[in-house]
Design a protein around this ligand. Structure first.
Ligand code: FAQ
Length: 332
């Protein structure tokens, strides 16, 4: 049902490995279009490496949205009030929608959605490290909305101006929803901070556990980021990982202080000269360990995704049968 590219997986892998020699004139014209801030659309000529970079980034992003439903989904049945439950249900549903827009955007590049999903389930595709951390208390739901969605928006607003039209348009809609998510998360944290001593302790504990992983969401430092330079030349990325991480830190530290939360960083200080907050060192060993599959919840997340996919097989089969029947009716 989802297949747009009818080549076998092996044929596609061979094609991906093949070194593509491209016409220098076409390459120059393509870069000139990017430099003029024109959108590249699915039927336009594009360098193979540009197409592959987009498939990699958009599919990782789609997987993150889908796997990202799991830590929050864990609290739907235990939300403290009916209002909080409604909000959380709507938010988790929004994340599913974001995953679907993004898989659709990736499909416009000639890759099949089921191939991308298989890559995730076979452990060959990455998704954001942040979703490999557990949600231990209700305050984690506030912290995810505020910090994780806050980091996601900081990273994604520039993607609304990314050079690939379908990705940019998907991001515009996603960012509107993410900004609602961020506000409800901050409001939930603020409510806990106005509550009992135990609620304040719970909020601070969530802040302590989510702060550093949220900073890691922006990816490795610029000195190590392998894709940034080319992706910025192609205007897929508009800012570097460190630039966006700093933007998030500068916006978020005052928000924490405003509701009485401490940032769990003894080295945090405001630099009067630069006007930026400076943090202590990020534990990049932890980041790479989680990327490599060794985070607290990597195994559980993949296990949950695979089971959900297997249990949903009958829905996909029924939808395919329905689509085939409709196509048959139309042809007759
Ligand atoms: N986790 O050279 P770079 C959300 C990998 S959505 C895991 O810097 P790039 C919504 C990277 O893939 C969150 N892996 O790479 C939500 C690469 O490996 P590769 C997701 C990471 O692409 C909220 C290698 O390291 N957002 O939160 C991570 O130029 C709440 C070298 O890195 C997006 O995907 C990481 N954090 O920059 C849902 C946004 N960082 O592919 C539910 C779009 C890096 O060579 C609840 N993506 N790696 O094997 C991007 O902006 C970029 O892809 C970056 C990475 C900035 C993530």
């Amino acid at each position: 049902m989802y297949t747009t590219d009818l080549r076998s997986a092996e044929e596609k892998r061979k094609a991906a490995r093949a070194k593509v020699v491209e016409d220098p004139e076409k390459l120059a014209e393509f870069q000139a279009r990017i430099d003029r801030d024109e959108f590249i659309e699915p039927k336009d000529w594009m360098p193979e490496a540009y197409r592959r970079t987009l498939i990699r980034q958009i599919s990782q992003h789609a997987h993150s949205e889908i796997v990202g439903m799991l830590p929050e989904g864990n609290w739907i049945t235990r939300a403290p009030t009916f209002r909080r439950k409604l909000i959380l249900l709507a938010k988790v549903q929004d994340e599913a929608g974001h995953g679907l827009y993004l898989y659709s955007a990736a499909e416009t590049l000639g890759v099949a959605r089921d191939e991308l999903v298989d890559q995730l389930h076979e452990g060959k595709a990455k998704y954001s490290t942040i979703f490999n951390y557990p949600t231990l208390t209700w305050a984690d739901i506030g912290a995810i909305g505020w910090l994780v969605d806050g980091a996601a928006i900081t990273n994604q607003i520039p993607l609304c101006r990314c050079s690939y039209g379908p990705y940019a348009r998907a991001m515009q809609r996603i960012c509107k929803e993410e900004s609602f998510h961020q506000r409800q998360g901050y409001e939930a944290m603020a409510a806990l901070m106005r509550g009992s001593k135990e609620q304040r302790r719970m909020a601070q504990d969530a802040m302590n556990r989510w702060w550093w992983p949220a900073l890691m969401m922006f990816g490795p430092p610029d000195s190590v980021s392998i894709h940034s330079a080319q992706s910025m030349k192609w205007k897929i990325k508009r800012y570097s990982n460190d630039e966006l991480r700093q933007r998030f830190i500068d916006a978020t530290v005052p928000q924490a202080h405003a509701i009485g939360l401490e940032v769990p960083d003894p080295e945090l200080k405001f630099n009067e000269e630069t006007g930026h907050w400076e943090t202590g060192p990020i534990d990049w060993d932890e980041f790479w360990a989680v990327v490599a599959g060794d985070g607290p919840c990597n195994y559980d997340r993949m296990d949950a995704r695979r089971s959900a996919h297997d249990e949903g097989a009958w829905v996909r089969e029924a939808a395919a049968a329905h689509a085939a029947k409709r196509a048959g009716t139309r042809a007759a």
